[in-house]
Design a protein around this ligand. Structure first.
Ligand SMILES: [Zn+2]
Length: 220
């Protein structure tokens, strides 16, 4: 058996710690089914785990991850659409109330797109997938931005593009318009650990100040 020892060790720690503490919750969720209210669409990036960043317990987050947290536009054809299937289940069956598109700094998919990277395989799956963010790139001129600042803009514009694409799903768009589903853009700064949330009015990503920090800030 060459199952990674790291995973066996990790599972052992989970079984002795978190599972032991949350066994009742797991049993209850098994019997009653999951009822998460929040769906997160995030990137595959190993540094940007939604459950870790949001300190989530089992059953709280319905997560779909793909390269560069992209929501492809609605395409009701015969082809397989992973994000659409997750949206269909999350919205249609679980009655998710919030959808968060979580972008992040140092995104390899965005960098590959921005630098027009050479294909990693004959299929060029990343290249073809990343073309979905072309509308975001069109709206993000390089101007005289530094390469790093441009990538940040592109990463954030890609979040907005995914939010726009959510509106191409007719049933979801109706639920959003009625206020039954709320959509949000967020951005995680990998090095700093800072989380920003998109303010739809200004189009800016504004930092979320952790509660503990606020509480700990001297008031005089
Ligand atoms: Zn990424």
């Amino acid at each position: 058996m060459n199952f990674p020892q790291r995973l066996i060790d990790g599972y052992s720690a989970f079984a002795a710690g978190r599972l032991a503490r949350e066994q009742d919750r797991y049993r209850e969720l098994a019997e009653t089914g999951q009822r998460p209210e929040i769906m997160v669409i995030g990137c595959c990036d190993s540094r940007v785990s939604p459950e870790v960043i949001f300190d989530a317990s089992p059953g709280e987050l319905f997560v779909v991850r793909n390269v560069a947290n992209i929501v492809p536009p609605y395409a009701p054809d015969e082809r397989a659409h992973g994000v659409s299937a997750a949206l269909e289940f999350g919205v249609g069956a679980l009655r998710i109330k919030h959808i968060v598109v979580l972008g992040h700094a140092r995104c390899g998919g965005i960098k590959a797109y921005a630098e027009d990277a050479a294909p990693l395989s004959p299929g060029d799956f990343i290249g073809n997938w990343m073309k979905l963010m072309a509308p975001a790139a069109v709206k993000t001129p390089r101007g005289d931005l530094s390469p790093a600042a441009y990538l940040t803009r592109l990463e954030q514009a890609n979040v907005v593009n995914s939010l726009d694409n959510l509106m191409t799903f007719p049933r979801l768009a109706r639920l959003i318009e009625k206020g039954k589903v709320n959509v949000h853009g967020a951005y995680f700064g990998v090095a700093s650990g800072d989380l920003s949330v998109l303010d739809r009015g200004s189009g800016e990503f504004r930092p979320v100040v952790p509660e503990a920090t606020t509480f700990g800030t001297p008031r005089f």
